[in-house]
Ligand binder design. Structure first.
Ligand code: SF4
Length: 322
């Protein structure tokens, strides 16, 4: 009996989304324009490789504004920050460049709008995630975190007729809908956000991984453990039928045992992952005979975001003075 051909199904879209691309380019352009060091509050995006590459170019990553010398440039990460963080930067005399993804900014605006109408806002998200901290900071007295369906039981609101849900942008679509269903049972008049908070990139990467996982014994997701959307891809792959799924930052983390008896491997990557890391994984798999690679495309992505206004203004001024 002939051995079944070993194959890779490569997800598309995968990797960089428009918000991550904008955030990384923001730091690169800031380094070019102002010269190093450029300080970055928190990881600009949740990916080890991206952070270490920018560090090697002169970016200095800090946890809080008080680690940045007065008068310096500080870039805020794609995950967004609370208004308090902007105020602290101003007080300290920092020049802040806000690389918050516009789709996170949209959720902040929704939070402000519902809070000003005195709604209780049930924010579905992961406790402690930077994006959740930033969004909550917009209206701390009105926002209550709901960390999954199991959390619904303990949630209380002031007025069950004036309650709305919002969500973190990088959750599992299916799990979020389960949480919303549980919230609706408890609060039948719960309102929905005006448009999806789970962003297009998260949804598209989950959609294609569902398609490939159903045909693969193993799904490898390239991404870092602190990347919410990458971790969700592993969960979605397992729910969609893959026997196993692992998250790896680099090809070197792939264990030989994972490939035993496997003939079809799905490969994808989180929204903060540069494609060179995926190519490294494909090269590693090719060494084990997985040379047949078929790209499975579920949707074409065309969205791009312009760079932060404050940076564009300085770039124009520099170009005019050159
Ligand atoms: S994953 Fe979505 S919300 Fe996050 S940076 Fe990318 S596009 Fe923006």
């Amino acid at each position: 009996m002939s051995e079944r051909a070993k194959r890779v199904l490569l997800a598309k879209p995968r990797g960089y989304c428009a918000g991550v691309d904008r955030a990384v380019v923001t730091v690169e352009k800031a380094l070019e324009l102002y010269g190093p060091p450029v300080y970055v509050r928190k990881q600009i995006v949740h990916n080890k490789h991206v952070v270490s590459t920018l560090e090697s170019q002169g970016a200095i990553f800090v946890e809080e504004n008080d680690e940045v010398p007065p008068g310096s440039i500080v870039v805020f990460s794609a995950h967004g920050v609370a208004p308090q963080v902007h105020a602290e930067a101003e007080e300290r005399g920092l020049k802040a460049i806000d690389a918050t993804c516009p789709l996170v900014t949209k959720v902040h605006a929704e939070a402000r709008r519902f809070a000003s109408a005195d709604y209780d806002i049930l924010l579905i998200g992961h406790d402690g995630h930077e994006e959740v901290i930033g969004t909550t900071g917009e209206a701390p007295d009105h926002i209550k975190l709901v960390d999954g369906a199991a959390d619904v039981e303990r949630v209380e609101v002031r007025d069950p007729e004036k309650v709305v849900w919002l969500s973190q942008t990088t959750l599992s679509v299916d799990e979020t809908m389960d949480t919303v269903a549980a919230l609706k049972q408890k609060f039948p008049l719960l309102q929905a956000p005006p448009s999806d908070d789970i962003c297009y990139a998260t949804q598209n990467r989950q959609q294609v991984v569902k398609e490939i996982a159903a045909e693969c014994e193993l799904v490898l997701v390239v991404g870092s453990t602190n990347s919410s959307n990458s971790v969700r891809l592993v969960e979605v792959a397992l729910q969609a039928g893959a026997d196993a799924s692992y998250l790896v930052d680099y090809a070197t983390e792939i264990e030989d045992g994972w490939l035993d008896g496997v003939t079809s491997i799905g490969v994808t990557s989180g929204a903060s992952v540069p494609d060179e890391l995926v190519l490294g994984v494909l090269e590693r798999l090719a060494k084990d005979g997985f040379t047949e690679v078929t790209e499975i495309e579920s949707v074409k992505e065309k969205l791009t975001f312009s760079l932060p206004r404050e940076l564009v203004k300085d770039m124009r001024a520099a170009a005019a003075g050159a």
